[in-house]
Design a binder for this molecule. Structure first.
Ligand SMILES: [Zn+2]
Length: 399
């Protein structure tokens, strides 16, 4: 905490210009209390951690706050200074009594309030959802900024995330595409991860860009700092290897595949490694479905399209009605983003568009399609891989 009260009711904010000796004297003369729970807090003036107030060990505050690391405190101070330099109205650690929440910073910008939560430690999904919806219901837009050290890079353009980090995504103002915002106090820079293309529950490819602190305005952090780069630049080089990874995965990984999906492959007399080459593509809005694309797209091919006679038109509603129960009974899962627009049916429509491009389907009328040919069921891995490669060149042609 950077804010406390003295026993005389004076508000002490550590982002003000204090000399250490002044604070030391104050500490000898006064008791400090937490503005939220009125419990005693200690002023810590150690050399390594930024100066801060902390609840005495045996006392917990009534606001659900995590213990603050040095990184958190440093980040909060830098973000405060960055916003202050832009002349914005900022409240440091305000206690919002009705919500029983205390954001790190509350900013007023163009008649709208934004709660900035700088997150260095892990939160449960429940906590994050509760806080996010608490703010949204009160008409406050939460801006979750993850500490830079949380960014876990797996390869040049692959990253891994925890579920709560996914929940902090927001979408570009002029595009549906989600992005994640990181801030590194050490580098004094924002890191924006855009073009997020998940290929498992926790892993995704993405486009990373570093913006040093003074080069970005608050407005830019709100809207997404730049037009998202072309998808092809991040997806294409690695996607074939991701398809390959699914093809070569060890059978013990199949334990995680939902029961009815496993049953579906059994009925086709193939292992999930031999999923149809037409499935497993990062089509638009696929991120709205958490189950990996090779599984939910295989489901569409096997459980829906295989039953459609060639040449007989069908309406999208038919697919949508068949897909919905799979979500309801959790055999396939949606990815929930409290601050990203989009309904999973957009992912289904975009996948049908891909099937049109590879000439499996044709468009007959608005949301009416017709199947042109049967889907591919590979008999061997080399056959599957060859077909993946052929389709990859079609993918390149369109993306
Ligand atoms: Zn307290």
């Amino acid at each position: 905490m950077l804010v406390a009260q003295t026993s005389l009711g004076l508000r002490i904010s550590l982002v003000s210009r204090w000399q250490k000796c002044e604070l030391q004297r104050l500490r000898q003369e006064q008791l400090f209390i937490c503005p939220v729970c009125q419990g005693p807090v200690q002023l810590r003036l150690g050399p390594i951690r930024k100066w801060h107030f902390a609840h005495k060990k045996e006392r917990a505050c009534q606001v659900d706050i995590e213990p603050e690391s040095a990184d958190h405190i440093r980040g909060k101070v830098l973000l405060f200074q960055w916003l202050a330099a832009q002349g914005l109205r900022i409240y440091l650690e305000p206690y919002l009594k009705r919500l029983n929440q205390r954001p790190d910073l509350l900013v007023k910008h163009e008649e709208q309030f934004y709660a900035i939560e700088y997150q260095a430690s892990s939160l449960s999904e429940e906590q994050l959802r509760k806080r996010t919806f608490g703010y949204l219901n009160a008409g406050i837009t939460p801006i979750w900024i993850l500490a830079g050290k949380r960014l876990k890079r797996q390869g040049r353009s692959t990253f891994s995330f925890s579920r709560f980090e996914w929940l902090t995504a927001r979408n570009y103002q002029h595009s549906d595409s989600p992005f994640l915002t990181y801030f590194s106090p050490l580098d004094k820079a924002f890191v924006i991860l855009s073009q997020l293309t998940p290929y498992s529950i926790t892993k995704a490819t993405g486009h990373l860009r570093v913006h040093s602190l003074p080069s970005l305005t608050f407005q830019q952090v709100l809207q997404g700092p730049a037009i998202p780069p072309q998808r092809s630049s991040t997806v294409n080089p690695s996607w074939l290897s991701i398809k390959k990874h699914w093809r070569y995965q060890h059978p013990r990984n199949h334990l995680r595949i939902p029961y009815s999906i496993k049953q579906m492959f059994l009925n086709q007399h193939i292992s999930p490694n031999l999923y149809p080459p037409e499935a497993g593509w990062p089509t638009d809005f696929h991120y709205l479905i958490e189950t990996p694309t090779y599984l939910w797209q295989s489901w569409i091919l096997f459980e829906f399209l295989q039953h459609q006679p060639i040449g007989k038109p069908f309406h999208f509603r038919l697919l949508s009605n068949a897909f919905k129960p799979m979500l309801t009974n959790q055999q396939l899962k949606q990815r929930v983003f409290p601050q990203v627009n989009g309904h999973y049916s957009a992912a289904l429509l975009a996948y049908l568009d891909w099937l049109i491009k590879i000439e499996l389907l044709s468009h007959v009328d608005q949301q009416v399609y017709v199947k042109n040919k049967e889907i591919t069921i590979p008999l061997t891995l080399p056959h599957a891989l060859k077909k993946d490669e052929q389709l990859m060149s079609t993918w390149h042609a369109y993306n």
